[in-house]
Design a protein around this ligand. Structure first.
Ligand SMILES: [Zn+2]
Length: 264
């Protein structure tokens, strides 16, 4: 996600940011996967990174974590990063959530292409939200793969995310058209990709979500499965394939006027 306005993180925020070493001491001490992840990955982030609590970010920047979220990484226009935390100090159980956000920043630092709105639609809430979903579509599964390689247990986040998706789905009224329908399709494809990586849990809430989705929106299901196949066939694990995958998706939904792929 990008900050809506202006360049760098304001001084008022930088001054109130948490000190990273103090903030993460507990996680490094209590979680072996986090300790290893941090040791190997943190150095890949070359831009400045500030850790701020949600109440400060809401007050000073007017940016708040969405309901139910515990952390989120946000990039300012100049490439500086902010991680908003629901609360600090952090507990051992926060390790995978914090690592998840850091892993997004690592992907970005490695040059991962990202989707942004075209100039004419910059700041348009519908298209900004669609760009956000598209960025997460390929990044989130890759973040999961990275965290799995460090031995993180991801069930809780997976469970929460799928429960959230199920309740969001139950609130949809009628046939979702336009941008909303596209966003729903994208989020569903992300679920299919994540399901490929996390389906082995005994109780799989995402299976429940997929079944519900197929029942309620069979026409979206067909469209989504076609795109899911394209993403897997073109091998989204290779960063060199990401731009073509994104271009295909943008063409598929006729979104070229609104969204573009930016290579860093
Ligand atoms: Zn994510």
């Amino acid at each position: 996600m990008r900050m809506a306005d202006d360049d760098a993180i304001p001084r008022s925020i930088r001054d109130k940011a948490n000190k990273e070493d103090l903030l993460l001491t507990n996680l490094i001490r209590l979680s072996v996967p986090f300790g290893n992840f941090y040791k190997n990955e943190r150095g890949k982030i070359r831009k400045s990174l500030y850790w701020v609590d949600n109440d400060i970010s809401s007050r000073e920047l007017n940016i708040s974590l969405p309901e139910g979220h515990l952390a989120r990484a946000i990039k300012a226009i100049d490439g500086t990063w902010l991680i908003i935390l629901k609360q600090s100090p952090l507990q051992g159980e926060d390790a995978s959530i914090v690592a998840h956000e850091l892993a997004h920043i690592v992907l970005d630092s490695e040059g991962f292409p990202f989707i942004e709105t075209t100039l004419d639609y910059r700041g348009d809430p519908d298209f900004e939200s669609l760009a956000f979903s598209l960025n997460n579509l390929l990044q989130d599964p890759l973040v999961i793969i990275k965290l799995q390689s460090y031995g993180f247990e991801l069930y809780k986040e997976y469970y929460d995310e799928c429960q959230e998706a199920i309740s969001a789905l139950k609130k949809v009224n009628g046939r979702p058209d336009g941008i909303f329908g596209i966003k729903l399709t994208i989020d569903y494809i992300k679920n299919l990709l994540e399901n490929d990586l996390l389906h082995f849990y005994q109780y799989d809430p995402c299976r429940e979500y997929s079944i519900l989705f197929e029942q309620i929106f069979p026409f979206i299901d067909t469209r989504a499965k076609k795109l899911h196949k394209m993403i897997v066939d073109l091998d989204y694990h290779q960063m060199s394939n990401i731009t073509s995958i994104y271009r295909n998706i943008i063409d598929f939904f006729n979104l070229a006027e609104f969204l573009q792929v930016k290579n860093q």
